[in-house]
Design a protein around this ligand. Structure first.
Ligand code: FAD
Ligand code: MLT
Ligand code: ZN
Length: 475
């Protein structure tokens, strides 16, 4: 069997039989979904660009149930697609053919929270925003935040090693995660829900599963360190006359705001047009070629306000910034963040979206957008750049009325070659999934790819976990 749209062959896994369904019904009674209408939403990704044809979705509640399911699938040689909130951007969250969908939707229990250490232990299916509310009531925050917070699961965040809007301040999940519980392909439960800040007892195995996109094991629970909730939060939204000024503003900001800086995001003028047109969000500042969102998080409002006002005086006075607005109250802060967070949604309303998520040296980061815009000309509706500038992470997106192979030919491999030319990464934070698996060679040497294959074979010898994803297809 060959996939209708993509050049990929179904591997010789078993096909789910009536006996299999009966066995699943015994393992997770009433939580075996086979109704095609109910399955539809789980067979297609958020961007609506990849679609599988799974006939069954399972909703376990506990790690033991996940273990029983995987032990059975391993014995029967049935392929499994782990799924969280299905907000992934690289087609990793949906089946390619008829893989069984293993959803964490009902694994949504908080196990414990310690208000001195800030350590949260919870199941993998907890929705990020619900965890945020849970810990905020206790004067802590989650170390990560992203536009998909209302739907994405913490397990999906871990599996993709999501970056997001707080990365600049709190760093990667590789640092904030203290422990994981994972069910391996053969059903073995690998317990490791420790709450220790320091633990050098040999290899740090949990790191292997963070960013493994469901190909090495199913993450069932996590122990994660939450920072204290900042007492004062401010957001400044600024207009800059050019990208050089965006960079200089970043430098001044690091120098003048120092330890209270918690986000430095940027978007270009076309992004602002898109959120205006599709979401009716109005720009709070004069029209500019670039916009920057700066967030500060500190422990004393007066101290932060003073620093911020000195900074604004400096950047406005020197012409780095042409117009700006400041928010200290929750409602306005949210409104300013929405301009940046909802670009993804505006793009998806614009047509077919080609998404690139690259790490580049900041000095060259926007050159890729300018060069690509000139290259594709009228073939595209929009070529936009936005992203986590403070982390050197560009989101380069191109929209068109519909999918076009000729436009794709202009975009790829150009974007990947350009990125490799800067020693950048062809996947900064979204992962590899189904869409990017054959381009890893632009950012990783063959020896590293070979070791990835060996690790996969060791942990999942039958290859039943999220097949066709993350690892380059064998030649
Ligand atoms: P899914 O999409 O369901 O799955 C993603 C991958 O993880 C798949 O390969 C799946 O098989 C695997 N997986 C899921 N759960 C498990 C599990 N328990 N065990 C093992 N494997 C599992 N990403 C960023 O990095 N930064 C952002 O700022 C950001 N913003 C976004 C904004 C929007 C509006 C949207 C739609 C997406 C955004 N993303 C962002 C993409 C991001 O990858 C996801 O939002 C999120 O991390 C995925 O979580 P999920 O629960 O939806 O996982
Ligand atoms: C973002 O930063 O907005 C997300 O990573 C989603 C996207 O790239 O569109
Ligand atoms: Zn992002």
């Amino acid at each position: 069997l060959t996939h209708k749209r993509y050049p990929v062959q179904r591997l010789p896994f078993s096909v789910v039989s009536e006996e299999d369904l009966a066995a699943f019904e015994r393992m997770v009674p009433g939580r075996v979904i086979t109704d095609p209408e109910e399955l539809e939403a789980s067979n297609v990704d958020w961007l609506r660009t990849v679609r599988g044809c799974s006939k069954v979705l399972l909703r376990p509640r506990t790690s033991e149930e996940v273990s029983r399911i995987l032990r059975y699938c391993h014995e029967r040689n049935l392929a499994v697609n782990p799924q969280g909130g299905n907000t992934g951007m690289v087609g990793g969250s949906v089946p390619v053919f008829d893989e069984i969908i293993l959803s964490t939707a009902l694994m949504n229990q908080v196990i414990s929270f310690h208000d001195v250490s800030g350590i949260l232990v919870c199941q993998a299916g907890c929705v990020l925003e619900e965890l945020s509310l849970h810990v905020e009531q206790r004067d802590f925050i989650m170390p990560l935040d992203l536009g998909a917070k209302g739907s994405c699961h913490i397990g999906g965040n871990l599996a993709t090693n999501a970056g997001g809007l707080r990365f600049l301040r709190y760093g990667s999940l590789h640092g904030t995660v203290l422990g994981l519980e994972v069910v391996l392909a053969d059903g073995t439960i690998l317990g490791g829900l420790t709450s220790l800040r320091k633990d050098n007892t040999g290899y740090d195995l949990k790191q292997l599963f963070i960013g493994s996109e469901g190909t090495l094991g199913v993450i069932t629970a996590v122990s994660i360190l939450c920072p204290p909730k900042p007492k004062a939060v401010n957001v400044a939204f600024l207009g800059c006359p050019g990208f050089a000024e965006v960079l200089q503003t970043f430098s001044s900001c690091k120098g003048m705001l120092g330890e209270i800086l918690s986000a430095y995001e940027f978007m270009d003028a076309e992004c602002m047009q898109l959120v205006g047109h599709h979401l009716q969000l109005a720009s709070p500042v004069q029209e500019s070629p670039f916009y920057v969102l700066i967030e500060t998080s500190g422990s004393r409002a007066e101290h932060d306000a003073e620093k911020l006002s000195n900074f604004l005086e400096q950047v406005l006075g020197s012409g780095l910034v042409t117009d700006g607005t400041l928010a200290t109250d929750q409602r306005k802060i949210k409104a300013l963040w929405a301009l940046r967070e909802r670009i993804t949604e505006a793009l998806s309303l614009d047509g077919y979206v080609y998404k690139y998520d690259v790490s580049l040296p900041v000095e060259r980061l926007y050159d890729l957008v300018t060069e690509l815009r000139a290259r594709v000309g009228p073939l595209a509706k929009h070529v936009v750049g936005y992203g986590h500038l403070g982390d050197g992470n560009l989101h380069l997106n191109v929209t068109a009325e519909a999918f076009s192979a000729s436009l794709l030919g202009e975009l790829e491999p150009y974007v990947y070659e350009w990125t490799a030319g800067q020693q950048g990464s062809v996947s900064a934070e979204h992962g590899v999934g189904f869409k990017k698996k054959d381009i890893l060679g632009y950012s990783k040497p063959p020896e590293a790819l070979h070791l990835m294959q060996q690790l996969k074979a060791l942990l999942d010898p039958k290859g039943i976990l999220n097949p066709y994803k993350t690892l380059p297809s064998r030649a």
